[in-house]
Structure formats: C-alpha cells, structure tokens
Design a protein around this ligand. Sequence first.
Ligand code: DX5
Ligand code: ZN
Length: 230
Amino acid sequence: MYDKIRIAPSILSGDFMDMAQSIDQIEAAGAQWVHIDVMDGHFVPNLTMGVPFVAQARKITDLPLDVHLMITNPLVQIPWFIEAGADIITFHLEATTGDEAHRAIEMIHETNIKAAIAIKPKTDACALAPYINDIDMALVMSVEPGFSGQSFIEGSDLKVARIAEMATNSNAHPLIQVDGGISIETAPLVCSMGADVLVCGNAFFKADDKPAMVKQIIEKASASQMPQDA
Ligand code: DX5
Ligand code: ZN
C-alpha cells in the first residue's frame, strides 16, 4: 500500500490582480490544498499576504487552506488565522523560543485545525524531535524561505528521510511536506524518502496544462514511494 500524495500549489506564484482565478485554477487542476505563504518582512525579507486574504479565500473555496506563516511572534497571529478560516497552520520553529512551539500547537489544536512546524534549510531535523508526536505535519523548507522560483537545495531529501525515520521510531504519523523548488524532477526524490505533501509555486502556475501537471507529478511521486506496511 502507498500513502496518498497531496499537491498544494502556492498562491504566491498566482496572479495578485486575480487571486480568485488563481484559486479556481488550483481547484480545476485537481490539486488538493491551497498553500498560502504569509510573510511579514521581518522573519523573511519579503512581504506578502495576511489574515484578510485568508478570510476572503475561505469564502470562495472549500479546499483546505494550508497557511504557511513566515512571521515573527506567530503566537500573536495564530488566533487571527484560525478565525479567518485556515485548515492547516504551519509556523516556523525558528520563530519560537522556550515553550512557545508547544503553546502554539496547543492553541491550534483547541480548534479542529491541523498544526504543523516548518524548519529552514539550516535547521537540523533533530530540532523537531520534541514535537514529533504532537504535530499533524512537518514542513521541510527546501529553499531559504522568502521567495518563490528558487532552486531546490540538494540534500533536502535526506532531511525528509531523517524526519520519516524519527516519526517511525516515535510511533508518530505526521504528514511530511516539502516546500521550495518542487517540480516533476524533484518530487520523486523527496517522495521516495517519505514526503507526502508537495508545495508547488512556479512549477504549477507556469504549467500551460495545470491538470496534466498535477496528474503527472502525482503519478511520478507515487511511483517513487516506498511501499508501506500492507
Ligand atoms: C517560499 C515559499 C514557497 C514558495 C514555493 O518561502 O514558502 O511556498 O512559494 O515556490 P516554488 O515552488 O516556486 O519554489
Ligand atoms: Zn510556503
């Protein structure tokens, strides 16, 4: 048996003058989630969209809204994103100190929302160990967060493998998401190591035939997966 691959196109590569159409394209292509990159100009240099965007997106789609917070002080804004209608909230481990990450997970889980932690390329996979049994998803950044259209950092697939191993050893079952430079070429690499959710920015929005792109990437990624227990 193989685990199901999910594609989460990043709206950051969509049309900022027509986001409704970009969300329609994600739905029409058969992708599973809408990935929303929230950047504050502090945690990362770039500045993108925030709470009002999530609230508007909620009104026009039933697809899960996968909100990736690249912000400092995530504990302040998490309740606002819950209120706005997010389905999955991912915050960065590097943006927390002390017990803030545990408190953020608790805050998210008090509702029916999924909680995920992201780690930047230079953060060791082991940093997720204290949270592996509490999170619904681990996000491996395969580029430095801040911009779409960057190249996949080699070796990110090995970080996926370490997290998958850590989860197995802890009897935990988080999804593993990879974000940055994912394409038809890199998707099989990370999925062969245990990734099951693929964020695609440029690769999705630049594709002329988006339904075909989604079908092809899912087929190639699924074919690369290791068989799980029957
Ligand atoms: C980068 C963002 C990504 C980005 C992915 O900081 O978190 O979600 O939009 O874009 P691509 O797939 O083009 O690397
Ligand atoms: Zn992202």
